[in-house]
Design a protein around this ligand. Structure first.
Ligand SMILES: *Cc1c(COP(=O)(O)O)cnc(C)c1O
Length: 394
């Protein structure tokens, strides 16, 4: 195969010419179908990286391929100063599927941009400056979103970041109560912390945060960039706990694997003045068509329900592994983590050698975000391979 002939050359070029910010596995992925991906040398893998949560529909889903192919022949880009049919329909559909209270949306191209817009809208709406985030939170890497991100390795090289941001322990309401005051524009959190180690939030805590925000005039901002679009067993993780965010950030799987983000806007935000924000590629017809196909497929193939069922099986399977290096297995739907008592890197590498790709979350957690279309047989294979890696190397 041609791809194979060029494999070493491509790896050399990417090593030489890429900025250098990424740690890479010695694998070159060139093709995907459903929950399977292939290296240029033909090696097949079960994909539990799932584009870090951007591939809920799996690779090359026929409905997304068809929608993108058809739209590509009509129009890629229609500036936001004009109307467009695909954009109009997507906006209507996003508001239809979003938690009750969401009325409008701002479209962009990534998770970090969805967070940036939420922070700006929160300041505009409240005329307040202070923001509150949580320890272990991940909200993105641009300067505003980075200011809400906890990991000091990501933050420190770029300080000073935006001022007046407080971090409180995730799950501790009393600590939050001490920092939210009449100058707080918003509180941002994830329903399940992803990058920070797959930490599912407690329903009572999340509802109490929402109530405190309402009471003290701060906006309740929920980052569903990773948990959205079926991942946790509901279309949005907010639905598990009857959460109604004032601002909700989504991205990753919104467009079946194509780049898109959105900031969903609730009634408490009020009117957003013209010219206060904007985006060139946001809401382009090509990704809007992909997102429409994604939403319809999530519904017609009942993928949130599938994530709930297969996620329960994955968690049960991992929990039954008898290994002294496992500290805890936790997750919600098909967002599953195994916390080890040691660094996860060598175990993830060993797992890749067994044909299963997964990703880290923090230093010690193995994270599994398979496409929601993954087969039951592949779930069993994943459990089998993880068992073998965590017991042989025990
Ligand atoms: C991935 C992620 C982001 C950032 O998304 P990008 O598209 O990489 O900018 C923000 N918040 C959460 C919860 C994420 O998982």
């Amino acid at each position: 195969m041609d791809e194979n002939m060029n494999r070493e050359q491509m790896i050399a070029w990417e090593t030489q010419y890429e900025s250098g910010v990424y740690t890479k596995q010695p694998i070159m992925l060139v093709r995907g179908e459903g929950a399977r991906v292939w290296d240029a040398d033909g090696t097949e893998y079960i994909d539990c990286v799932g584009g870090h949560g951007a591939s809920n529909l799996g690779h090359a889903h026929p409905a997304v391929v068809a929608a993108v192919t058809a739209q590509a022949q009509r129009m890629f880009l229609s500036p936001n100063g004009f109307y467009n049919d695909q954009r109009a329909e997507l906006l209507k559909e996003l508001v239809r599927i979003a938690p009750q209270g969401i009325e409008r949306a701002f479209l962009c191209n990534s998770g970090t941009e969805a967070v940036e817009a939420a922070l700006k809208f929160a300041r505009l709406a409240t005329k307040r400056v202070k923001l509150v985030s949580t320890m272990r939170a991940f909200h993105g890497r641009t300067m505003g979103a980075l200011s809400m991100t906890w990991n000091k390795d990501y933050r420190q090289p770029f300080e000073p970041l935006i001022p007046d941001v407080a971090f409180v322990p995730y799950g501790k309401l009393d600590r939050l109560a001490k920092v939210v005051d009449d100058q707080t524009a918003g509180v941002i959190l994830e329903v399940v912390q992803g990058e920070g180690g797959v930490n599912p939030g407690d329903g009572d805590y999340l509802q109490a945060v929402q109530a405190m925000c309402r009471e003290r005039g701060a906006l309740f901002i929920v980052d569903e960039v990773q948990t959205g679009f079926g991942r946790t067993g509901k279309l949005f993780a907010s639905e598990h706990y009857d959460l109604h965010p004032d601002l909700m950030c989504v991205a990753k799987s919104i467009a079946g694997g194509l780049p898109m983000g959105a900031t969903l806007i609730g009634a408490r935000v009020g009117e957003i003045p013209k010219k206060t924000h904007g985006n060139t590629f946001g809401g382009n017809p090509l990704t809007c068509a992909a997102a429409l196909a994604t939403i319809h497929t999530l519904e017609s193939e009942h993928l949130p329900e599938r994530a709930a069922k297969l996620g329960t099986r994955l968690i049960t399977g991992f929990a039954s592994i008898n290994s002294s290096i496992i500290r805890e297995v936790r997750g919600l739907g098909l967002m599953v983590g195994i916390e080890l008592k040691t660094q996860s890197g060598q175990y993830l590498a060993a797992l890749a050698e067994q044909g299963v790709l997964a990703l880290p979350a923090g230093g010690t957690v193995m994270r599994f975000l398979p496409p929601l279309v993954i087969s039951e047989a592949d779930i069993e294979t994943v459990i089998e391979k993880v068992t073998s890696v965590l017991t042989v190397m025990d």
